[in-house]
Write a new protein. Structure first.
Length: 272
């Protein structure tokens, strides 16, 4: 989930979207943290409300960027006071138009944030994994995967991947982690494509490639929004089926605060 931009969006989410998603009996939810920590207060409010109103374990995203260690401690204290017990520890992305830079008195790497959170002893900690390597890691994906191994060694309980569209990338990362002795579960991050332009923008921002046949089919469908949506569900269903058949421990859906596509995919898989 991500924090809402309008009161109408918030009302729709809590009144319709989340109740619909709850019919699938999810194990947990997570709520994102805006670039540069721009949604700090709202993220914690939403996590608290989901947990209180729906009794669903919910994870708050937390980033290093634009925060000193003292500010991060204050955020963790507030999370603890709100009954939030799970954190997705991230380096984070800078606000639009800005480059990444370490905040003076803050952390440079997500691994440092993991170590800090773990040292408090209050929280479960998840981290992000990048099947194709982080877009800012110019040394190649295996160097980025080494960073992931270090994050887990610092105390992460689980790994959630960035969205991807070629399952081979997930399996190669899973094999790498297994050979490195990592036992933390690796949850594949799946996004149902509903808008071709939007997914091309997302993929460019995070470095997730669109397989040639997949991109070609989206181009063929053009502006037919319903056809794109149905193809996105069909493609994601096939992705999920192979992932589960080959041992993925579960599925993490990027819902974009919507329910219909995710529920249809789960129905296709016989999981709803």
């Amino acid at each position: 989930m991500f924090p809402f931009k309008t009161t109408e969006g918030e009302a729709t989410f809590f009144g319709k979207t989340l109740p619909a998603l709850m019919t699938a009996r999810p194990d947990y939810a997570s709520v994102t943290y805006g670039a540069g920590g721009s949604t700090r207060e709202k993220t914690l409010e939403i996590v608290e409300q989901i947990q209180n109103d729906f009794s669903l374990t919910t994870m708050a995203h937390l980033t290093c960027i634009k925060h000193t260690q003292a500010e991060i401690d204050a955020i963790l204290d507030e999370a603890n006071n709100r009954g939030i017990r799970n954190i997705l520890a991230l380096r984070g992305d800078p606000p639009p138009g800005e480059d990444w830079s370490q905040t003076e008195g803050g952390f440079e790497f997500a691994s440092e944030l993991v170590t800090h959170i773990r040292g408090r002893g209050d929280f479960g900690v998840a981290v992000a994994g990048f099947p194709e390597g982080h877009i800012d890691c110019g040394e190649g994906r295996e160097v980025d995967w080494q960073h992931l191994v270090r994050k887990v060694a610092c105390g992460a309980d689980m790994v959630i991947t960035q969205m991807f569209f070629d399952n081979a990338d997930y399996f190669q990362l899973a094999d790498y982690l297994r050979e490195a002795g990592v036992e933390a579960p690796l949850f594949p991050g799946i996004i149902p494509v509903a808008n071709a332009g939007q997914i091309k923008k997302f993929s460019a921002m995070c470095g997730a490639k669109l397989p040639e046949a997949f991109a070609a089919r989206l181009d063929e469908l053009g502006d037919d929004a319903e056809a794109v949506r149905e193809y996105g569900i069909e493609y994601a269903t096939a992705q999920c089926r192979e992932l589960l058949d080959r041992g993925a421990p579960g599925l993490h859906f990027y819902t974009l605060n919507k329910s219909k596509a995710v529920l249809q995919i789960l129905g296709n898989l016989g999981l709803s």
